[in-house]
Design a protein around this ligand. Structure first.
Ligand code: PLP
Length: 313
């Protein structure tokens, strides 16, 4: 659990061009705020390394897209950038990192619709430490179960009010799925659609890799490395990590693919990962109790992708 003492808050406030610092141990929201009463709002979670937020532009763009999907008129990106800078600098002053490996913080951007009848949303930046579980899962890998999300893969297009591709504050279902997995002894979840497609994790994007070895025409062999993710129009959140890693992997010679994927594709893969901005790449060891790939290949591919991902700004 994160104690308020290790959280820095910066509210976006027209009277404070660089954002207004606020005390996380004191009440800061009205009890009637619709973020609290209805989960009505949007958010982003980002990782800052050495004081710099990774993939900041992609996160700001996605926040704008999520807000648009909910008819929320949010402050401009420059205001967010200044508040983020204030929050990260304040955090680093209060909690100087002792080693470069510890110099990572979680930066959240949060927007609520404000109190009933409010003319503008409530917006703030929260800076807090990275949890131990995320760091551990990067190293040890995770066991995952498949859970039906109950929507078919066309629901996002047919019913945009479900906000399936937006990062909204209504994450109670995602958290319930994680608790369900923990009760079964698993670490995480991969959602499937009611028509049998692989979707995403409750807080992550699904990636899989295939190695295809073929004749190179000169008597030798060549191995093609293929990185695949579910197609974006199936009602999933577009992951900024997946997008950035795909660009880096393509430049490093990987072939890329976008679903549709079914559970058997995961079980037949050489490696599967859940990827997100905070946890980074978490290798999947088992899905519904079945081992994925071989440990040696998984380890080698994870190391290669981790190296590519670490270079992304
Ligand atoms: N999908 C969902 C539902 C998420 O909540 C997240 C991140 O929290 C992701 C995917 C991964 O997105 P990103 O890589 O931008 O962190």
């Amino acid at each position: 659990m994160t104690s308020p003492a290790s959280v820095v808050l910066v509210f976006l406030d027209p009277a404070f061009p660089n954002g207004r610092l606020a005390d996380a141990s004191q009440p800061q929201l009205m009890a009637t705020d619709q973020g609290a009463t209805r989960g009505d709002g949007v958010f982003e979670s980002m990782l800052a390394v050495g004081g710099a937020v990774r993939k900041l532009q992609a996160h700001l763009d996605r926040l704008g897209g999520s807000a648009l999907a909910m008819d929320l008129d949010i402050p401009g990106q420059e205001q967010w950038r200044r508040a983020i800078e204030t929050g990260v600098a304040e955090y680093r002053t209060q909690h100087p990192a002792t080693t470069p490996a510890e110099d990572e913080v979680v930066v959240k951007l949060i927007v609520t619709r404000g109190t009933e009848g409010a003319s503008s949303p409530t917006c703030w930046v929260q800076v807090s430490p990275v949890g131990a579980a995320g760091r551990r899962q990067r190293e040890t890998g995770i066991d995952v179960i498949l859970l039906d999300r109950g929507y078919d893969s066309d629901a996002a297009e047919r019913a945009p009010w479900l906000l399936l591709g937006a990062k909204t504050l209504s994450y109670a279902v995602n958290m319930a799925a994680l608790r369900h997995a923990h009760k079964q002894g698993a670490d995480d979840v991969i959602f499937t659609s009611s028509d049998g497609r692989v979707l995403e994790g409750p807080t992550s994007t699904v990636l899989l890799a295939h190695l295809e070895t073929s004749d190179d025409g000169t008597g030798g062999t060549r191995t093609v490395r293929r990185l695949v993710t579910p197609q974006l129009d199936s009602g999933i959140l577009a992951g900024t990590s997946q997008e950035a890693l795909f660009r880096a992997a393509a430049a490093a010679g990987w072939e890329l693919g976008y679903g549709p994927l079914e559970p058997h594709d995961l079980l037949e893969a050489d490696a599967v990962w859940l990827i997100s901005s905070i946890r980074l790449l978490a290798p999947v060891n088992h899905i519904d109790g079945k081992e994925i790939g071989t440990p040696a290949v998984q380890k080698q591919l994870t190391a290669e992708l981790n190296e590519l991902f670490a270079r992304i700004q």
